[in-house]
Design a protein around this ligand. Structure first.
Ligand code: ZN
Length: 288
């Protein structure tokens, strides 16, 4: 691929080939080096890769697989015999890669007609600091269009205690919902059908970004024991595509498993973990 010089940004016409190098620990083909005639700096094909300057490239795939099959970062470090900080670094690299790939994947999706949306709940560090995960999937296909993690105030019995201990907690659900819908404006048809549960807040957001779309609401139902609340007990579930996907997230992302020792400490890292899962899910787990 023809690239500009990373130093002075001059066009590829100013580059000359400047030998190549081989990787010591892998059998990849030789990597071309270049020199820029204007700024005299050297660079190579590897300079532009997301994994530039990484050692231990060979474990990237294993870390990804473990991350999407319910393994925590510490357990990954233990299993692969790497440092915990290395596992963390790989996690960040994989989430960047997932963002790029999901973006590329979405570019091929146009005129989507049937979308299901819902929020699932988790928490950061303690149940008194709940998080909401807004999720949109294509009906039947179970292709995940995107997810947004946001903070929300505690509900029910914990509400008072939460305010007392941690102060008032902002509600970011609306902006998360709007952000997700806005990002999908090019993919979802303007006359699409949105299916959600009965919560009244979806209608407004959908109207704002898809004024001609149809909005169908289904009655909420009690969850069954498997699927950890997301799969519904008995009978036909109109939101099955979505609920099944949520149940998969619960099972496969260590920080979302219920009754677990693993919790998320930072909402942005939950978002990263979910993005890694979404990318893997869309690539490998569903028939595209
Ligand atoms: Zn240059």
């Amino acid at each position: 691929m023809k690239r500009n010089c990373p130093q002075c940004l001059s066009s590829h016409l100013n580059h000359v080939r400047n030998g190549f190098f081989l990787r010591t620990h892998s059998s990849t083909p030789p990597i071309q080096r270049y020199r820029c005639k204007l700024c005299r700096k050297e660079f190579s094909d590897a300079t532009f890769q997301l994994r530039y300057r990484q050692r231990l490239r060979s474990i990237n795939g294993s870390v990804e697989k473990l991350l999407v099959t319910g393994t925590s970062l510490r357990k990954i470090a233990f299993t692969l015999n790497i440092n915990r900080k290395t596992a963390e670094r790989k996690f960040h690299y994989l989430s960047n890669k997932a963002d790029l790939e999901l973006h590329r994947h979405l570019k091929q999706k146009e005129n989507i007609m049937e979308v299901q949306m819902d929020d699932m709940e988790s928490f950061e560090h303690t149940k008194m600091k709940p998080l909401s995960i807004t999720l949109a999937v294509i009906k039947h296909q179970r292709f995940i269009l995107g997810a947004r993690v946001s903070r929300m105030p505690a509900k029910g019995l914990l509400a008072k205690r939460s305010v007392k201990k941690y102060g008032k907690r902002a509600d970011g659900r609306k902006s998360a919902r709007n952000d997700l819908l806005k990002s999908l404006q090019e993919n979802i048809s303007s006359t699409a059908t949105f299916e959600t549960d009965e919560h009244p807040h979806y209608g407004q957001s959908i109207k704002e970004f898809f004024p001609h779309a149809q909005h169908v609401q289904h009655k909420g139902r009690r969850g069954c024991v498997v699927g950890q609340g997301e799969l519904k007990a008995g009978g036909f579930d109109p939101l099955f595509s979505l609920n099944h996907t949520c149940a998969m997230l619960r099972y496969q992302i260590s920080r979302l498993v219920r009754k677990t020792w693993v919790t998320t400490k930072k909402p942005e890292n939950l978002q990263r973990h979910i993005n890694i899962y979404i990318n893997y899910h869309n690539k490998k787990l569903i028939a595209a």
